[in-house]
Design a protein around this ligand. Sequence first.
Ligand code: PRX
Length: 655
Amino acid sequence: MSRESSARTGPDVTRTFAPTEHFQAQANADASHYEHADRDSEHFWATQAENLVWTQPWDEVLDWSNPPNARWFHGGKLNVAYNCVDRHVESGHGDQVALHWVGEPGDTRDITYAQLKDEVSRAANALSSLGLVAGDRVVIQLPMIPEAVVSMLACARLGLVHSVVFGGFSPAALRARVDDAEARVVITSDGQYRRGAGAPMKANVDEALEGAETVEKVLVVRRVGEPVAMQGGRDLWWDEFVGSQSPEHEPESFDSEHPLFILYTSGTTGKPKGILHTSGGYLTQVAYTHRVVFDLKPDTDVYWCGADIGWITGHSYIVYGPLANRATQVMYEGTPNTPHEGRHFEIIEKYGVTIYYIAPTLIRTFMKWGEHIPQGYNLESVRLLGSVGEPINPEAWMWYHTHIGRGTTPIVDTWWQTETGAIMITPLPGVTATKPGSAQVALPGISVQIVDDHGQQVEAGEGGYLVIDKPWPAMSRGIWGEPERAQEVYWDQFKAQGYYFAGDGAKYDEHGDIWLLGRVDDVMNISGHRISTVEVESALVSHPAVAESAVVGASDPTTGQAIVAFVILRDGNGNDARDQAGVAAVLMAHVAKEIGPIARPKRLLIVPELPKTRSGKIMRRLLRDVAEGRDVGDVATLADTSAMRTIAASMAGAP
Ligand code: PRX
């Protein structure tokens, strides 16, 4: 069921699904896109950029004179929010629904492009009345409500740099992001719905902001009616403050390379990196990919991306790509099983969703719940399915194809990252015969390779490193506040070749299609969310009972990977076997509190030793073998060979 088992039996590289004639005939992309891009990729990207409204044309498509620092559409000016909202109203589509928003408790709102323009303008007027000027940072921690989209677009409209923080992150995680970005304003809500009940949000923000020096104002959206303590002089209610602003706002143009947002993501160190994205190139690529990969027809499609706005997928494929393309989309606030396991299908049926984009972990969850659930709804409107965030195993692909796609709709398995900003590897519906489990080919205009340690392209069937060997418009412009670090993190491994190394392993099959094999670094992928082993280890050792810890991502049939932690306690803490379950529970809760519930280990094992090399490095690979139930094999390089035997023996009884 997992990647490992499909690797053992060997995935079927010959099973393909050609697009139907009907789909092919109406598709937005055809093979000429590849030909155009191969002939002249800069011209190709310039053609895509021309679909946006620029107030000043660019002088140069790409300036790559100082790699890895790219400048795309240099000299050009545009307003990102104008491109996502106003221009659609000006072209006569003001009455088209931009968002069919569905709240978790069942309340709904339909927001047209004209209404969105008014809301974004009000929010922009509100933010500028606080004295914010282009380049200032705004942190947004909100549930999946329309105000999240409005806040992001209001920032974009003013040239403010937003940093959206996932609603499930802890006060400490929020504070680290606020401080790193030196945010002047935080936008949040009183609370958020979580599985049918209101949970506090503003209270967490208050805790996070205690003593935070840069934050001047906090805007608070009323969502759940949770009582909140408003701090005089700092806190403002969104409905009163934003609601009383004028809906007129003249957008200013910004340079193509003006920063648009920072989004923090986990790397191989304990400190999340603030990935910086800029305006013109980013918007060009997210709009292009959204149009061709999802085959969007703005007049007839109803698109739904199930991601959260706190992740890059929400930025690129809920906010910027779809809105730039004048999509009508569903935005859903809640979890997929609130109040019942058919919730997503009920929404698809109600709104006639035509394009549906989710993560494999959710597909596997649907599989677990059973196919009788989608069978209870009319899903005939669906004409295209997408997958993102982790490798999709062929079984999940087939289930998605059969039970949601009625055996006919194309599935686009889209590989990309926070750093790439937009989709990079994917089949094109209507062009590519899709292959269950493989993300297949680089998009037109994108160039990738799979290479060995020396940067040489590997043979079919051999595992290697996935690298991107040419700059692309939506590429990250670096790490916020650490201009030198991007070079080291992403470009040093293949410095001689000038390749960007993404952190993923991959291989080609005999047809040249790409199969992603997961991360090769210390980054775990839990339900499509990136968490570094070091981050969780740091959270564990911050607990007074813990002396040392090692964390691994073990393959999990539902979440892709699951966090398994091995912990050595300080003397006298829970070393009594009877206490261990209690101590483990406390430590798991501690991690959830320090980072957020998504980082809570699934299993935590208290061990007397950790396997280390003679130079003292923890051998995570061995721990992964144990966590995944494999024989630990040759442990000759271990400093203490008995450690592994003890750990393996106690794994069976772990909580
Ligand atoms: O390991 C890859 C995996 O997710 C990582 C990027 O995570 P993040 O920056 O959070 O962005 C997730 C949404 C784009 C990648 O390094 N990944 C993402 N999409 C796929 C994938 N792995 C395999 N197949 C995919 N389609």
